[in-house]
Design a protein around this ligand. Structure first.
Ligand code: AMP
Ligand code: GLY
Length: 427
């Protein structure tokens, strides 16, 4: 099969590495890709927001399957474009249609879906500029802290947790009146604050049957002990030691199954990943958010643990036979440390030479913001690369990943020192 993978981050490098391992894969194209995916296949500089351009490329290069990494082409209808065009509808497609992708593309839609389908989530209401006064009244029915969410896609930055009512009012004004997140915050979801432990569960589905992928925990804040600004993710661990059999079966019964039933009932074409961002309160799981893709850097710890043929799994899902696909997961732990550029997630410089890769001995590297220049590798983004190590236990995986995180060097290198530390008491 010729396969076209959409995206260009660490997640797509991890996907590309697994896709090309399969004997099912003849040619792999990655659009736009990065210096890591270039080692797995052919990078093509397509505008992934231009579906005609992507479709024309797929036709011209006899692409049999498209696999989408990031959410925005899905929310904007890439799957619908392929299924709606005679010359493309035979192409296998991994990624939901735009209505399915609204589970991530609109928080208000996602909350409505959860309520209609009996899926546990925080109490909420949605507001616009016209209902600002009602939003203030709703705040009075809640206790601090207050959670405000921009309805639309906001690159992971659209959530404000406000510790006082004054802060919440200020946040609401900024979102609704001053378009702090542009169009994404024309509608704001205000919801109850849930206190608990966060984790993420991933499923791959054909919209009817599903397979549960390894669970993971990520570390979103820039600073150790979860301090400072939110980022795309500074590290991840899989599996999650506090998620035993009992909790996983509650998650499956209360959250995964009703979600898949809802997708069917509401007639969504959904062949792809579902990422459940969960809060575990006591022993009870609640959905904080849906994403319609794999996480980044969660993919960089999940995929290294999948031992069976990943391409065969993707193909089965795209052909509506998820139920019969093989999925074998390695025991033990995978832990990844994200190396970032100094200053990220605010301003940072790039173009610094990356050294030490040849000395990495214990880990697998997944490039995010890396570009090649002749035979040198240069930093090219806020998150530079994920260093992932596997071991039979969490402590050893940590030690190995941190060993190699130290070995790699470039000007301004920054990484969190505490990935996985909070999980050690649960072992
Ligand atoms: P999101 O962008 O939806 O993942 O939200 C960002 C972060 O905000 C989450 O990872 C949680 O830590 C936090 N968060 C979101 N919703 C809630 C909630 N209802 N209660 C407590 N924390 C929340
Ligand atoms: N690491 C969180 C995300 O991919 O949304």
């Amino acid at each position: 099969m010729n396969i076209l993978l959409i995206g260009g981050g660490g997640r797509e490098h991890a996907m590309a590495k697994r896709i090309v391992k399969s004997t099912l894969c003849d040619k792999l194209f990655i659009a736009p890709g990065n210096a890591g995916t270039a080692q797995c296949g052919t990078n093509v500089s397509l505008d992934i927001g231009n579906f005609h351009e992507v479709g024309d490329f797929a036709e011209a290069h006899s692409v049999h399957m498209v696999v989408v990494g990031p959410e925005s082409p899905l929310v904007n209808g890439m799957c619908d474009h392929f299924s709606g065009k005679d010359s493309l509808k035979h192409v296998l497609f991994v990624g939901p249609c735009s209505r399915g992708a609204m589970l991530e593309g609109s928080k208000d839609f996602a909350k409505g879906f959860m309520n209609r389908n009996g899926i546990p989530t925080a109490a909420y209401r949605s507001f616009t500029r016209d209902t600002f006064d009602e939003a203030l009244d709703f705040l009075d029915t809640l206790n601090a802290p207050y959670v405000l969410k921009a309805d639309g896609l906001a690159a992971g930055k659209g959530v404000l947790i406000c510790s006082t009512r004054e802060e919440a009012v200020e946040g609401l004004e900024e979102m609704l009146h001053r378009e702090r997140f542009g169009k994404a915050s024309q509608t704001v979801v205000i919801e109850e604050f849930l206190k608990g432990r966060e984790m993420s569960v991933f499923v791959i589905t054909d919209g009817k049957d599903y397979r549960i992928l390894p669970a993971a925990k990520d570390y979103k804040r820039i600073g150790d002990k979860d301090t400072g600004a939110n980022t795309g993710g500074m590290g991840a661990v899989s599996p999650v030691p506090f998620a035993g059999k009992k909790l996983m079966s509650r998650i499956e019964e209360r959250i995964i199954k009703p979600t898949i039933r809802g997708i069917q009932k509401e007639g969504m074409v959904y062949r792809g990943f579902i990422f459940f961002g969960l809060m575990i309160c006591g022993d009870d799981p609640f959905v904080i958010e849906y994403n319609v893709r794999l996480g980044d850097p969660e993919a960089e710890v999940i995929l290294p643990r999948i031992e069976s043929d990943f391409t065969a799994l993707l193909k089965a899902v795209a052909e509506d036979s998820a139920g019969s696909a093989e999925l074998k997961t390695a025991p033990g732990y995978a832990l990844c440390v994200m190396l970032a550029s100094g200053g990220y997630p605010s301003e940072f410089d790039k173009g610094f030479e990356i050294r030490g890769i040849a000395e990495v001995s214990e880990s697998e590297l997944f490039f995010a913001g890396v570009e090649s220049s002749g035979d040198r590798l240069l930093t090219a983004g806020g998150r530079v690369m994920a260093v992932t190590a596997r071991a039979g236990n969490l402590r050893d995986a940590r030690e190995k990943a941190y060993h190699d995180a130290r070995v790699i060097d470039y000007k301004g290198k920054y990484y969190r020192r505490d990935i996985g530390l909070d999980l050690i008491p649960f072992l």
